[in-house]
Design a protein around this ligand. Structure first.
Ligand code: NAI
Length: 716
């Protein structure tokens, strides 16, 4: 069966329905290309009998885009064959586009990437007016570019400036917004309405040509050589570099393809696009990003870390203890996904304050017309703010987010646990205390688990699930389901102090602070963090987390390690943190003073005293940027390998996804373990040894790394 159904009606309107056999969505793979070849030849033969063509889909979505399984495998050696293949497919689409007859895309569902590019190659685009539909070119988020003509047709349709954010940020739009942006030409209320409108377009435009194929075509908004556009384009690459920090080749190549392509005829532009596309496809960053953001994320979302055989049952009522920053966020995320929430604090006033956090977030949504007043009221009505434990009766899950204090956590566990339904789950949102230790306060440690959220909860997509020594598979599976029910990404780790994310995060900030102690300029340190690809520098984030909290966590960990008979290995950063807090009263951003000053009416700036206290001019002027960047990325990757070695991490997928979504590990790397793989495991171990020799034993390769390096074995 062909992937494209060919139905030539008695009205001489040809409907091409894309319906890839044995696939739930249409993708651009070999079967599609064969079908396209065949179809286009047939169209060419039947052209005299065809008045117009409608391209439709038999799937729920219109077309999902390029086949990433195929793209991910392309190597440098395959580059020419890949280019030929892409150009071949584009030539078929071009043949339809230039056949002289009107071609209409009937977009019945989501059309992203290659899917939307098929629609772009049509003369008219009609989308179903359904808010669940997304349209756009998100290839950039996987390190790729729209290689099916997107970088050429979209700018020719809506202008370079309007196309840039869609191409370079991969923005996805709902049909109404897409209509406004000029990405589609019409909306339809139903599939029938869409076909009627498509036929009306064909009727009204018996001969059709794309604007760019007409004589005298002018690029909307001005061609690159137009003085105002030339001025904008002169600074555009610098502005882009400011965003990408040079870590992401895809948006740079997209800009090049679009601007260079806009200066030549369409077909030459299309060749330029394919060249850049192939360059990205075989490049390492696309491999990193596609591997992690597509394959590994899908594996996690597909339940890869969920124990099998446990029945999935939706959660209905969730208790949240502590209506502080975290509790308030957890309550919001849970109630907005339809669950009842009991938000308990020591006083109704506190609990109400926590609930008002949801009210504020929902009001913003209403203000932006993303939600109705009615829906907002529904969500709020689901949150009960209380100071009474009895209100927790009948919860399927209770999550505690009270102060980080083991005794208090034990107290609230004992108080609330009995209110759970039979087999209900008790979870702690502790950021550092081992779950096995906290579970001692529970009558049912098999039903006790860690659910480590990140701040701000409403924005952060990750939840780190921590399995204690006694946590059952059943509890893990159900906790996994809850995280998915609130639309977040679950990574599963075994118990340890600081688990995975807090441990690795600690190495990042400590390394930055340690550099300051060595005399390196603080501006160089934070810039090195950004240039390595971290979302913020280590000193900035230290202020945000607060130096006092870092002190508190360190003191608690030290006490516990020593109580267990171990020796605490002091990190060189500790002395600096103590000096900042104890000697200089510089506690945090919230307190108005940390590594930075936070003047009320102007932008933050580095605390000038850091220069006199720490900066060693001779050292600061000699330090190499690459060394600073390496230290920042290596120390976190090494700690991640230690977590694997100690069995804290269960899978490479969890390591990569957890590091990016939990702590912002440079996304271009594909995550802390993929950074090692792509660096070369042996080369990574060698560089780690070098860093250990210069900067301390903390960089020494762990045994697991040495084993992999010796066997030249990737972490998979
Ligand atoms: P917070 O200080 O903002 O809130 C704690 C809340 O617990 C306060 O409203 C307090 O009144 C309430 N509380 C105290 N005793 C209580 C009791 N007996 N019953 C009910 N409520 C009680 O603290 P935050 O930042 O929300 O942290 C809460 C927990 O989440 C801590 O364990 C923390 O380590 C953890 N966490 C914090 C993160 C952060 O970024 N702040 C990130 C991840 C976890």
């Amino acid at each position: 069966m062909s992937a494209i159904h060919y139905d030539l009606g008695s009205d001489q309107i040809l409907t091409l329905t894309i319906d890839m056999p044995k696939q739930s969505a249409n993708t651009m793979n070999a079967a599609f290309r064969d079908a396209l070849n065949e179809t286009v030849s047939k169209v060419q033969g039947d052209l005299d009998n065809i008045r117009g063509i409608i391209i439709a889909s038999a799937k729920k979505t219109f077309f999902a885009g390029g086949d990433l399984n195929e793209i991910h495998k392309v190597t440098r050696g395959d580059a020419q064959a890949f280019e030929d293949m892409v150009n071949g497919m584009k030539a078929r689409m071009r043949a339809l586009e230039t056949c002289g007859k009107p071609v209409v895309a009937a977009i019945n569902g989501t059309a992203l990437g290659g899917g939307y590019e098929i629609a772009l190659a049509c003369h008219h685009r009609i989308a179903l007016n359904d808010n669940s539909i997304q349209l756009g070119l998100p290839e950039v988020s996987l390190g790729l570019l729209p290689g099916g003509g997107g970088t050429q047709r979209l700018p020719r349709m809506i202008g370079l400036e309007a196309a840039f954010p869609l191409l370079m940020e991969g923005k996805k739009l709902r049909p109404k917004a897409a209509l406004k942006a000029g990405m589609v030409d019409e909306l339809a209320d139903s599939v029938d309405d869409m076909i009627t409108k498509a036929k009306a377009f064909i009727e009204a435009n018996p001969k059709c040509q794309q604007p760019w194929d007409k004589k005298g075509f002018k690029l909307p908004g001005g061609a690159p050589h137009h003085p105002t556009m030339a001025q904008k384009l002169a600074i555009a690459p610098a502005m882009l570099k400011q965003k990408t920090k040079g870590c992401y080749p895809a948006p740079e190549r997209i800009m090049s393809a679009a601007v260079e392509g806009a200066q030549v005829d369409f077909d030459s532009g299309s060749l330029i696009e394919t060249r850049y596309f192939a360059e990205l496809v075989i490049g390492q960053v696309a491999k990193n990003m596609t591997g992690t953001f597509w394959f590994q994320l899908n594996a996690i979302n597909g339940g890869g870390s969920r124990p099998e055989g446990v029945k999935k049952e939706p959660f209905k009522k969730v208790g949240v203890l502590g209506a502080g920053m975290m509790g308030a966020g957890i309550a919001y995320s849970t109630a907005s996904r339809g669950m009842e929430v009991v938000l308990k604090d020591v006083s109704v006033e506190n609990a109400e304050k926590g609930k008002s956090y949801s009210e504020d977030l929902l009001a913003k949504k209403v203000g932006r017309k993303r939600m109705t007043e009615e829906k907002k009221a529904d969500v709020l009505a689901r949150i009960t703010a209380t100071d009474t434990a009895a209100d927790l009766e009948g919860c399927d899950l209770i999550i505690e987010a009270v102060f980080e204090d083991s005794n208090l956590k034990a107290k609230v566990t004992a108080e609330a646990e009995s209110k759970l339904v039979k087999n209900g789950i008790f979870a702690s949102n502790t950021s550092t205390i081992p779950i096995t230790q906290l579970a001692k306060a529970s009558d049912k440690p098999e039903n006790f688990i860690g659910l480590h959220f990140f701040s701000p909860v409403d924005k952060m997509m990750l939840v780190e699930i921590i399995v204690g020594d006694q946590t059952s598979d059943d509890t893990l599976a159900r906790a996994f389901d809850y995280v998915q029910q609130i639309g977040k990404i679950p990574v599963v780790v075994n118990d340890s102090r600081g688990f995975f994310t807090s441990r690795v995060f600690g190495t990042f900030v400590n390394e930055g602070i340690c550099m300051l102690g060595e005399g390196i300029h603080p501006a160089s340190i934070d810039n090195a963090g950004l240039l390595a690809g971290m979302p913020v520098g280590p000193l900035t984030i230290s202020d945000e987390v607060s130096l006092t909290l870092m002190q508190h966590v360190r003191d608690q960990s030290k006490k516990d390690v020593e109580a267990g008979g171990g020796t605490w290995n002091a990190h060189p950063a500790e002395a600096i943190i103590d000096q900042m807090v104890n000697d200089h009263g510089r506690k945090s951003k919230a307190a108005g003073a940390g590594f930075y000053d936070y003047p009320a009416k102007s932008k933050k700036r580095l605390w000038p005293e850091l220069e006199t206290l720490y900066v060693n001019k001779a050292k600061a002027s000699q330090v190499k940027l690459q060394d600073l960047k390496d230290r920042i990325l290596f120390i976190q990757a090494i700690e991640t390998i230690r977590c694997m070695e100690e069995g804290v991490l269960r899978t490479v997928e969890d390591a990569n996804i957890g590091s990016i979504f939990g702590i912002g590990y440079a996304p271009w790397t594909g995550g802390a373990i993929q950074f090692v793989n792509q660096y070369g495991v042996r080369e990574f171990a060698e560089r780690a040894r070098e860093l250990a020799a210069t900067h301390g034993e903390r960089f020494a390769p762990p045994a697991l790394l040495i084993e992999h390096a010796e066997q030249e074995k990737l972490f998979i």
